[in-house]
Design a binder for this molecule. Structure first.
Ligand SMILES: *Cc1c(COP(=O)(O)O)cnc(C)c1O
Length: 487
């Protein structure tokens, strides 16, 4: 195991007196620091900062970026995360001064264009989801879940039905779903999957009742399978007085083809950083707007943008659950999503989803002879294999994932969803050329063969990455979060 990254870190390059910046001569009277900051907050000793030249700083960050994997470097089939290519035109858009250089404290009449962008984005998301009104506030998908569930809760309470405290969640759900339920104080009721990977409708019928607040579902679900019973499921939940929440993290499969609202959903969140293409994976920023039905619109988090005549303004919905974010959320992510939607248009968005689905089915069919395919049916934008067949060689899915790094690929999502043993969840996305898909398929086959011939090649992988296999337990329990001087 390497001690640290293969590149000397910037602190280790420090040379006393070296500088990476030059400031112009001070041409205003100097104010003593003590007059700006109260004495008690002033530090007495100088911080230990690296003393380096500008070039060394540039090299430091450039080299660090090369230690990392990103979609600009190679294929990134991380299931459920939609690591598609992010068109560069979005970066041009968000560097327009009218978007980048505005301030949230500016009077509304001076930022009408920004408000129009937010309003229109909400309208487009409403059109894509088949629902009525959007709030862009939530900062991510999980935050959208929280917002949507709070809206549902507020709605029930408003109608004097505060006793509805149970949220039904399938056993294949993303972990954020039950976590969000718990955060709003809902009891999670798990509904099992049937043999086709969808919601077990018979079991669902027995689970709904007077305490049902609703059902959370992602469709296609985390197995990459479209639940064909969705309209029946919606009826069952609605007849019991519950509402349906759509986890839109998998919306890349359905744009322009199915509108969640038409299949009975009352609340939808979109992960703009997934489906609508903002660089993500490093912790943000992202955005998880929610769109709701007409009945739920008065409960949306605010402020939301309304149009009055040809003027746009911020409005707090009548029974709003309140504010979820400082200011108006991650505005530049909205701008990227808006650019994405406009540059594709309705037909283009449909093509995105069709291509994503085609790519996944192509790969699934070419890999199903090599790895087990627990649910052998047409998939949507992703599919789930099982690595349990590797076990007889003493190899696990984790080892396969590590070995893929040696070929310059990011690993698929592994060990999720939990309903598949040794799960390998592959989402190729629409932006990859067929040649990438073919190369990846060949590498997967080669690794499957290695597992038989030379399992150690996998269990000791990766061999060619800057950091070799890390001790995950130690990394979690004793994380090294900052540079420390060698003892
Ligand atoms: C990514 C994802 C989420 C959470 O979204 P974040 O934007 O990461 O908070 C929820 N559900 C599913 C199915 C996801 O894939």
């Amino acid at each position: 195991m390497t001690k640290r990254a293969a590149v000397p870190l910037i602190f280790e390059r420090s040379t006393p007196g070296r500088r990476g910046y030059r400031l112009p001569e001070l041409d205003v009277p100097e104010t003593p620091l003590e007059e700006l900051i109260p004495q008690e907050y002033l530090r007495t000793d100088a911080p230990e900062l690296p003393e380096v030249s500008e070039l060394e700083v540039v090299r430091h960050y450039t080299q660090l970026s090369r230690l990392n994997h990103g979609v600009d470097v190679g294929f990134y089939p991380l299931g459920s995360c939609t690591m598609k290519y992010n068109p560069r035109v979005h970066e041009d858009v968000v560097s327009l001064p009218g978007l980048r250089a505005i301030h949230p404290y500016q009077p509304e009449e001076t930022v009408q264009g920004a408000l129009e962008l937010m309003y229109n984005l909400g309208e487009y998301l409403a059109a894509i989801s088949g629902l009525s009104k959007a709030s862009l506030q939530p900062a991510a998908g999980a935050h959208g879940e929280l917002a949507g569930l709070m809206v549902i809760k507020r709605y029930h309470n408003h109608r004097g039905e505060g006793h509805r405290t149970e949220m039904i969640v399938p056993d294949s759900a993303h972990g954020t779903n039950p976590a969000s339920c718990a955060m709003v104080g809902y009891k999670v009721v798990e509904v099992p999957s049937d043999e086709r990977g969808g919601v077990d409708v018979g079991a669902l019928k027995k689970l709904v009742g007077p305490n049902t607040a609703g059902l959370m579902l992602t469709n296609p679900n985390t197995l990459g399978l479209f639940d064909e019973n969705i309209c029946r499921i919606a009826n069952i939940v609605h007849e019991a007085g519950g509402l349906l929440y759509y986890d839109g993290a998998n919306a890349n499969a359905i744009m322009g083809i199915v509108r969640p609202g038409d299949t009975g959903f009352d609340v939808v969140h979109f992960n703009l950083h997934k489906t609508f293409s903002t660089p993500h994976g490093g912790g943000g920023p992202g955005a998880g707007p929610i769109v709701v039905s007409k009945e739920l619109a008065p409960f949306l988090p605010g402020p939301v943008v309304e149009k009055e005549g040809d003027q746009y303004r911020f409005v707090m919905p009548e029974h709003s659950i309140g504010r979820l974010r400082s200011f108006y959320g991650n505005f530049l992510v909205y701008a990227k999503a808006y650019a994405y939607i406009l540059s594709h248009g309705p037909k283009g968005l449909r093509e995105v989803s069709e291509t994503a689905v085609l790519h996944a089915n192509y790969m699934m069919n070419r890999l199903k002879d090599v790895f087990e395919l627990p649910y052998d049916r047409i998939c949507m934008h992703e599919f789930v294999l099982s690595g349990s067949g590797l076990k007889e060689y003493g190899v696990r899915t984790l080892d396969l994932a590590k070995r893929l790094s040696d070929f310059g690929y990011h690993a698929p999502t592994v060990y999720f969803p939990l309903v598949v043993e040794e799960a390998i969840m592959i989402e190729p996305t629409e932006t990859e050329p067929k040649s990438t898909l073919d190369e990846f398929i060949e590498v997967m086959k080669q690794i499957a063969q290695e597992a038989k011939d030379n399992p150690e090649m996998l269990t000791t992988a990766p061999h060619h990455t800057p950091v070799r296999r890390v001790d995950e337990a130690r990394a979690a329990r004793h994380p090294v979060l900052r540079w420390q001087k060698e003892q």
